[in-house]
Design a protein around this ligand. Structure first.
Ligand SMILES: *Cc1c(COP(=O)(O)O)cnc(C)c1O
Length: 366
């Protein structure tokens, strides 16, 4: 007899984790393996941060601060918004879940781009809701198409800026247009996991809109430029009403004490963030030059990854790269067959990658 699992849960696809560095080292007998698949900051922790985080270890016999008050206060100062409008999650992934838990029930709908970051759909379906998918237009959000997809069942629109996996941006004008046209009882989620990678003159200061717009929620994370992916901490900024709802579904100790402290300390390393951004920016230009010189297609990226066109099937290129110690994401899994997505990391790794990749690309496209 089968168990009475909710039918919309049974219908979800099984989770398949990515390849790990250890697995690839063992399989191909490699000494060095580079994971360029999840857009972490491969420069590693800024000097001194690890030591500060380690000090916190002696306090772990206590539960963490359930209100995450120190980090919320700090973020409130940084962004100039009151602490009641800020929520902390075990990664911004968890905030996406809390948003869906609070806004989506059976019959509820979320409007999303196609392809997009998979957690929006997963979290929506988990709550018994459905998604309406609007194809990207020339690798960018189709703003008018997304707005046209909103109907009486829509509860949330998820936008990602920069977009993952395409790396493209949403302009200030497009953002204002959505805010203007979207009904005020529908939540607009701006997922800005790569915000810090956008050059300052190309950013939209979405936090500035939080005070005036009750249906806007902005998500940021410490996983990407701030190097804390393994600790799981991200944050959301929204209206007092929305944040209050999210707090009702949030588990009291959802963020570990070490993650809270690490995030707090990491904000002191703004120079490191600036240096990382500038280095990634420079390397992207090197990528573009090398790819162009070799006649290889790519999408210009506002984030720390690049979508590269590899031909009809990316699995062969992906497999060949694995053998040489590079774990990347094949586009087949991302909704972009024929492409791969590569994290831009350190100068050294980028140079190695480009050399190996060009060789493999040429072999695969003879
Ligand atoms: C990486 C990423 C996130 C954040 O993940 P967390 O580690 O859970 O904070 C959110 N959205 C997008 C689009 C991402 O790429």
């Amino acid at each position: 007899m089968s168990l009475k699992i909710k039918k919309w849960i049974s219908g979800l696809p099984d989770y398949t984790p990515g390849r790990s560095i250890e697995e690839i080292k063992n399989k191909y007998g490699l000494k060095n393996v580079y994971k360029l698949a999840s857009n972490e900051n491969l420069y590693g922790l800024p000097e001194g941060l690890a030591e500060k985080i380690c000090e916190e270890i002696q306090n772990i016999y206590y539960y963490p601060d359930a209100g995450c008050s120190q980090i919320r206060e700090k973020l409130g100062k940084v962004h100039g918004i009151p602490v009641e409008k800020i929520i902390i999650g075990s990664g911004s992934d968890q905030i996406i879940e809390m948003i869906c838990d609070s806004f989506i029930g059976p019959g509820g709908n979320a409007v999303i781009a196609d392809p997009t970051f998979p957690i929006y759909e997963k979290s929506t379906l988990k709550c018994g809701g459905s998604t309406t998918k609007v194809p990207l237009a020339d690798f960018r959000h189709d703003i008018k198409g997304l707005l046209a997809a909103v109907d009486a069942h829509t509860r949330i629109m998820f936008l990602t800026n920069p977009h993952n996996p395409a790396g493209t941006n949403i302009t200030g004008e497009e953002f204002k247009y959505v805010l203007d046209k979207l009904p005020e009882d529908i939540l607009l989620v701006m997922d800005e996991a790569y915000y810090e990678y956008v050059m300052p003159d190309e950013r939209i200061d979405t936090a500035e809109y939080i005070a005036g717009r009750d249906n806007l929620m902005v998500l940021r994370t410490f996983s990407k430029i701030f190097c804390l992916a393994g600790l799981r901490i991200g944050y959301g900024m929204g209206s007092t009403e929305a944040i209050r709802a999210l707090n009702k579904v949030r588990l009291p100790f959802n963020v570990s004490s070490i993650a809270q402290k690490a995030a707090l300390y990491s904000l002191e390393y703004q120079d490191f963030a600036v240096k990382t951004r500038e280095s990634i920016h420079k390397q992207k230009q090197i990528y573009y030059n090398v790819l162009e010189k070799n006649g290889i297609g790519f999408i210009r990226s506002y984030a720390n990854f690049i979508l590269i066109k590899v031909g009809s099937d990316s699995s062969q290129v992906t497999e060949e790269l694995l053998k040489e110690g590079f774990i990347i994401r094949p586009g087949e899994n991302l909704g972009f067959p024929g492409y791969i997505r590569v994290t831009v990391s350190t100068d050294e790794v980028s140079a190695k990658f480009l050399e190996v990749f060009i060789r493999i690309y040429k072999n695969c496209n003879k």
